[in-house]
Structure formats: C-alpha cells, structure tokens
Design a protein around this ligand. Structure first.
Ligand code: AMP
Ligand code: ZN
Length: 481
C-alpha cells in the first residue's frame, strides 16, 4: 500500500518514498513553553501523532525517528517569568516557567493519546550547534554581523519564497517585518541578537564580543540537523508557520549545508477555530486542553473524545471546534466501545482503513469505514495506528454521563457507564453467528458458548435447529423481549 502526502512545497499530493526506509525521519515544530497548550496547539500534535503511528505501522516502529522540539528561549517566556515570579532572578524564574509548562504540555498530550516523539530536544541544549551554523552562514556569505546581531541575507538565497509561494512584496506586507537601520534588506531576518542585562545569554558567534541569544528560526534548523541530518523526509507544523518560520528554516539549512532541499515533504495542518470564530482571549473563546479535560462549558471531556473530534476534519481543512461536534464525537466513541467490549481484538487492520490513512491521512474516511464495520471487532493493530478504541481501555472511561448530565461533572469519580442497551447491527450478529459455527466445527465449545452469551448480553437470543435436508446446524436469532 503506498502512502501519498500533500506536499506544501510542490502543492500537490505525492507518493511518499523515504530517503532511507530503515530510518524514516520526521521533524515537527514544538511548543514555546510559557503557558498551557490551547486546543489549536494540540492539533499539530494529534495530526503528526497519527502520521508517526502510520509510519511506524508501515515501516516498523524501530525505523521511524520523530523529533519535536521544545522552544525554551523566547521573549514571551521571559515576560511570563518576570510576571509570575517577580521575586526570583530572571533565569531562575524562566526555569520555573519552562519546567512547569513542559510538564503540563506532556500531561495534556498524553491525555490526547499522543505518543512521545523519539527525541524532544530543547533549544537551550543546542546553542553550540546554532552558533556553528551561524558561523558557517557568515563564512558562506549568507549572513552578516550588524550591531551585535547576525542577520540572514535573503538575497543570498535565490529560492527564497518558494515554500510559501509569495512574491517579495507579499512577504514584506505579510511578515510585518521589523525595520531596523542595520538591516541591508528589510527582509533579512535575525539569526542572533544581543541579550538585555539579566536575560538568558550565551557567547555570541560571528566574533561578536557581547553575549546574546538565538533567533527562533535557527533553533529548528540546528535541532533538526543535529537529530535527523542535513536532509530528512518530512517537516511538519501548523499552516501559520509556512511563512516566515519554515521559509527561513529552509533558507538557513540549505545555505549552511549546501543542499538543494532541507526536507523532502512539508506538511501543514489547517487552523482550528472555536465556535466559528478565531480563538482569542479577547473574544472569550480561548480554550486550553487542560480546561477541556477538566471542565469546558460545564463538561469534563475525555481526552479520547478530543482526539476523535480532531479526526472528524481532514488535517488540511480548517477545523471548527464546537460543543456540538465534540458531543457527537463523544457519543460515537461511546457507541463503538459498546460494540467492541468483550470482543477479542482482531490482529489485522482492515485494508480499507490503512488505505484511507495512507491517502494523505484521510481520517474522515477512516471514520466512515469504522462506521461501516460498526466497531464489530476491536482491531488491536488499529489501536496502534490510530490511538483510540482501546487507548483508554474500557468504555466506562468514556463517561457518557459526564456529557449528558453537567451537574455530575463535579463528581467525576462517581460517574460511570449507565445501563443503556446498544443494539448490534444484523451484520454484526451474523458475523458472530458465523464465528460461533467455526468454533463448534473446531470443537471449541467453550468459545461457542461464550459467543452465545455475548450475543445474549446484547439482547440477542439464538435458536439452533438441524436442517432436515442436509443435517447441518442452522442458527436463527431474534431480539429478546
Ligand atoms: P506556537 O507555540 O504558537 O509556536 O504553536 C505551536 C504549534 O501549534 C505550531 O505548529 C502552530 O502552527 C500550531 N497552532 C497554533 N495555533 C493553532 C491553531 N489555532 N490551529 C491549529 N494549529 C495551531
Ligand atoms: Zn520550527
């Protein structure tokens, strides 16, 4: 089965072929750690977790390297540290903010069923590589020193703008570029800048005597090269990162390494909005993963429902995060758990599902296929590939009542699955009857009885009779009254 992926660089879907099938390499831009992750931040994590799982499924788990960084040096971190810990020296305050936020990020992403990436490098652990890269860019004539800064010279890169497909004028307008008198060209961007007294600082590259700190873009170029090499397979992130962040990453990496590409494929997830509007604190619709898990609009949502709700929209489409769709996602999951509980997991993932996933991660199609199967079997491999139907283990973890009865939210520990009957589809019943016949033929009567009891628990009564003509056992069924 061949994997096709939409490549932002070429603007079309392409057949994916790894540079080295023994080591498929994926890099995704990770969070800047100063605050709780909002549900929009969770979208790339979930999308690329599905890709990671699919690649592991297709190439073998030990043949995929997934790197997702932590940006732990940034003006926003400094500002938050000074605000939250005014009594502490800035560097200590920064450490407190980044450690706390990183731990929270991990907790939230685990709740969403996301696997840890293979490597999760921190920017501050790679400053030496950043400086070496900057020195190389200066030596190659792609960067220059000006007033304690090092700037990338955009004119040294003829392909600049290829990823975003923008003209120089559009880029100038879109980037709201900082006009600084020391820039040779307004589009030139910062690789290194001076630190203010008290701020985190490191010895500078480019022969600059005063200490400084890296710009944001160089971090990802240095960390991806350190862990994946000069050229790798897939680079991902949210659509907002195409310009300038990814455009700049490409420029730095290609010029520093003298390569034609940085990554073969560039993948970008669409933006998430909430109840039809751009998420923003001023509109009051800003929502963190932590809030969703602990209480949003009166309900505490299981992480698996959040994950599943993301799957309902194709990753490249804008996603409208609404209470109604989340509720629907939650109920579907609940129903499927009812269908699969008590079944031995089937080892194989149906081809239709692997095909849908391999078609540029078509998760809405996967869901349609699962509806057809109606969760008749709990595919153990599917859990590995999709990260649900089994990641919380039991249906009771889905807590249907948490959604139906908001007043129960305060009482989470007492909330559990109510007695609702789930009617199986007739195909499901027929499948189970066929499985029971197989068991009887194999003289596995214990299994045959188990299946009969399972059907009984679903309200289905079986009647066995011998076909007078052939002498074969025939089973009919009816719904118990
Ligand atoms: P940031 O911490 O802002 O750099 O964002 C981390 C990741 O979340 C990046 O890949 C962003 O593209 C992505 N992201 C941020 N906001 C949204 C959103 N509303 N919808 C989808 N992705 C987002
Ligand atoms: Zn990045």
């Amino acid at each position: 089965m061949s994997l096709t992926i939409y490549n932002t660089l070429t603007r079309r879907k392409e057949a994916f072929g790894p540079l080295d099938p023994a080591n498929v390499r994926l890099y995704v831009c990770g969070p800047t750690v100063y605050d709780y992750a909002h549900i929009g931040n969770a979208r790339p994590v979930v999308v690329f977790d599905v890709l990671f799982r699919l690649l592991r499924f297709l190439y073998g788990a030990e043949h995929v390297t997934y790197v997702r960084n932590i940006t732990d040096v940034d003006d926003k971190i400094n500002a938050r540290a000074a605000q939250d810990y005014p009594e502490s020296p800035l560097n200590e305050a920064i450490r407190k903010v980044t450690e706390k936020t990183e731990a929270q990020f991990h907790e939230d992403m685990h709740a969403l069923g996301a696997l840890d990436p293979t490597v999760e490098p921190r920017a501050t652990e790679h400053i030496a590589e950043m400086c070496a890269m900057i020195d190389r860019l200066i030596a190659e004539g792609s960067a220059y020193v000006a007033e304690g800064h090092v700037l990338f010279s955009v004119s040294s890169m003829p392909d600049y703008g290829k990823l975003s497909g923008r003209s120089l004028d559009e880029m100038l307008a879109g980037a709201r570029v900082e006009v600084a008198p020391f820039k040779k060209d307004p589009m030139d961007f910062v690789l290194w800048k001076p630190s203010k007294p008290g701020e985190p600082s490191w010895p500078s590259p480019g022969g600059i005597e005063t200490p400084g700190r890296p710009g944001w873009h160089i971090e990802c170029s240095a960390m991806s090269a350190a862990h994946l090499g000069k050229v790798f397979d897939i680079h991902g992130g949210g659509i907002d990162l195409v310009f300038p962040h990814h455009e700049n990453e490409i420029a730095q990496s290609r010029c520093a390494h003298g390569t034609d590409i940085m990554a073969q494929v560039w993948m970008h997830n669409g933006f998430l909005q909430v109840e039809g509007e751009k998420m923003s604190k001023s509109l009051g619709n800003f929502v963190t993963v932590h809030e969703l898990l602990t209480g949003w609009q009166g309900y505490a949502w299981p992480g698996e429902a959040l994950r599943f709700n993301m799957f309902r929209t194709h990753y490249r489409q804008p996603l409208d995060w609404t209470h109604v769709s989340l509720d629907e996602a939650h109920k579907t999951l609940w129903d499927w758990y009812g269908d699969v509980e008590g079944h031995e997991p089937a080892p194989e993932v149906p081809d239709a599902i692997v095909e849908a996933l391999s078609d540029d991660l078509n998760t809405p199609k996967v869901i349609a296929e699962l509806h057809k199967l109606h969760g008749a079997k709990q595919f153990s491999e599917l859990r590995a590939a999709l990260g649900f139907l089994g990641f919380s283990g039991k249906r009771s973890n889905i807590k249907r009542n948490a959604v139906l009865q908001p007043d129960r939210v305060e009482n989470q520990s007492k909330v559990y699955a109510p007695t609702i009957t789930v009617s199986p589809s007739s195909e499901q019943v027929d499948d189970l009857i066929a499985a029971r016949h197989e068991a009887r033929k194999a003289k596995d009567f214990a299994e045959a009885d188990r299946i009969r009891d399972e059907l009984l628990a679903m309200g289905i009564v079986l009647k066995d009779a011998k076909d007078p003509a052939t002498g074969e056992l025939k089973t009919t069924w009816e719904v118990a009254r």
